[in-house]
Design a protein around this ligand. Sequence first.
Ligand SMILES: C[S@@+](CC[C@H](N)C(=O)[O-])C[C@H]1O[C@@H](n2cnc3c(N)ncnc32)[C@H](O)[C@@H]1O
Ligand SMILES: Nc1nc2[nH]cc(C(=O)O)c2c(=O)[nH]1
Ligand code: SF4
Ligand SMILES: [Mg+2]
Length: 213
Amino acid sequence: MAYSIKEIFATLQGEGAHSGRAAVFCRFTGCNLWSGLESHRAQADCTFCDTDFVGMDGVNGGRLTDTENLARVISQVWDETGAGHAQRYVVFTGGEPLLQLDPDLIDAMHRAQFEIAIESNGTIRAPDGIDWICISPKPGPETIQTFGDELKLIFPQENMDPARFSGWAFRHFFLQPMDGPHYEKHLAETIAYCQTHPQWRLSLQTHKLIGIP
Ligand SMILES: C[S@@+](CC[C@H](N)C(=O)[O-])C[C@H]1O[C@@H](n2cnc3c(N)ncnc32)[C@H](O)[C@@H]1O
Ligand SMILES: Nc1nc2[nH]cc(C(=O)O)c2c(=O)[nH]1
Ligand code: SF4
Ligand SMILES: [Mg+2]
């Protein structure tokens, strides 16, 4: 299997239940809900994306044809932080990571003693073996991955009442204010919703607040 990688970098997980945890992010190119081109955004299934996942031009980006090679690069990026061997954590994101993450790569990362997390839109069934599944449903195509570790709904979205998801099989339920031109309004609405619906907790994109990737 060959992988198209936008970038691989070390940072702290900024969002959700693992906020603040040291991690290597492996961002795949491409998404099934948006081409990534601004000219297509308005017509896309997902219109508010804050991420550049087009091309392979980021740090450590490129086309990797060998699974072991990709696992080695991710390990190297971790090792370069000086963090040592305990609590190794990789977050596969994108774009949509489940277009490319396969059982071989999951096995290779486990052999390298990483815990494996994904950030996914939930439209593709996750393969077995992922240690932390974060699903962020979008309007349009049906969400089929309706169980996992955390559900992180971007709020507010039209026709996406959180109540629709509150019975799904997740351990954590987060609302994350939609970033963009109306962020302040979205933040206030998210706070108000969490205040009155205690099942849901606020997830802030803390990496943006402190200026790390
Ligand atoms: C860029 S996406 C990549 C992973 C996957 N495609 C997904 O949507 O979950 C990573 C996370 O950022 C969230 N996100 C994207 N754009 C956002 C925005 N404008 N404001 C807040 N969160 C956003 C997504 O919902 C998702 O939880
Ligand atoms: N620090 C940091 N945390 C994140 N959590 C999810 C991210 C993503 O883009 O998937 C992300 C990201 O891009 N940076
Ligand atoms: S599904 Fe995820 S990567 Fe794709 S456009 Fe939406 S937020 Fe961005
Ligand atoms: Mg991001």
